[in-house]
Design a protein around this ligand. Structure first.
Ligand code: LIP
Length: 270
């Protein structure tokens, strides 16, 4: 279903020029785009899920009368879909753009699928059964790595028209990390893709404030099943180590030690 959507809906439109794509701006925010392909992929996958799993609930990023709201995520089996995560990358043919699908039960991801149609990489995870890339097991290796030796991924998010305060907060976070010393900071434009970089040992920590359940549910499970750690950013309501797919923030890393170092740097007052 996801591979079919990638081949028949995603790729033919990805290859169109930006001028030939049907692109809309969400909520008047130039940093928050949606295309007709986002909507078409969601409709295609939603219909397939309904016919194969008629009793499960559905939450998609794009409008749908059957969507459940993020804040209403309950204990029932719920499919959570981002039909194109990294829509702006899709619009610009910048290849960090994926289809992300998770199944949550009791608010926790138990199945995660991230498919990158451009590179034909299929990331899969089932809770307790590990994670894989195109069928090959994934294992995060954090041995001996600390924050200084980490490649850090974050995003400005859909703050194209963001408030001065939210932009300043992000700049402060970046300044603290650069002053502490890290191997590098990257912004790739897709939460789900970012999480696959941890699972392949290409980066060691990803954090972001303001993301949604559909951006991270599948990727959080893939990181956990590959041996990584997923939590929420400090100053959130949960205790250390707990994570809610609809908590609107994430910090995922190769190890808890890296997260603990990161939180210390972020919370430092000077
Ligand atoms: C994107 C997220 C990304 C965030 C972007 C955007 P979309 O999702 O994956 O982490 O920084 O603003 O929200 O909108 O491309 O599905």
């Amino acid at each position: 279903m996801v591979l079919e959507a990638g081949k028949d809906l995603f790729i033919p439109n990805y290859l169109k020029s930006i001028q030939d794509k049907q692109v809309d701006i969400k909520d008047g925010n130039t940093g928050n785009l949606v295309t007709q392909t986002d909507r078409n992929i969601q409709e295609f996958i939603h219909q397939k899920l309904k016919s194969n799993f008629p009793n499960s609930k559905f939450m998609g990023e794009e409008d749908d009368p059957e969507n459940i709201a993020e804040e209403d995520l309950g204990d029932e089996a719920t499919w959570i879909l981002d039909p194109i995560d990294g829509t702006t990358n899709f619009v610009h043919q910048f290849n960090f753009t994926v289809i992300s699908l998770a199944m949550c039960v009791e608010k926790n991801p138990v199945i995660g699928l991230i498919y990158c149609p451009v590179t034909e990489e299929l990331f899969e995870a089932i809770v307790g059964k590990g994670a894989s890339l195109n069928g090959r097991p994934l294992k995060i290796n954090a041995n001996g790595l600390d924050l200084i030796q980490s490649l850090v991924i974050t995003e400005f998010g859909a703050t194209g028209n963001g408030s001065e305060e939210s932009v300043k907060k992000r700049m402060d976070q970046l300044t603290k990390l650069v002053r502490h010393g890290v191997h590098g900071i990257r912004m790739l434009g897709s939460a789900a893709f970012n999480l696959t970089r941890l699972a392949t040992n290409s980066a060691q920590i990803y954090f972001e404030q303001g993301i949604h359940a559909w951006d991270i549910a599948a990727g959080a499970l893939i990181v956990r099943e590959a041996g990584g750690v997923v939590s929420e950013l400090p100053n959130c309501v949960c205790e250390r180590g707990l994570f809610r797919v609809n908590g609107r923030s994430i910090v995922a890393a190769a190890s808890q030690d890296i997260i603990d170092e990161f939180v210390k740097v972020l919370l430092a007052t000077k």
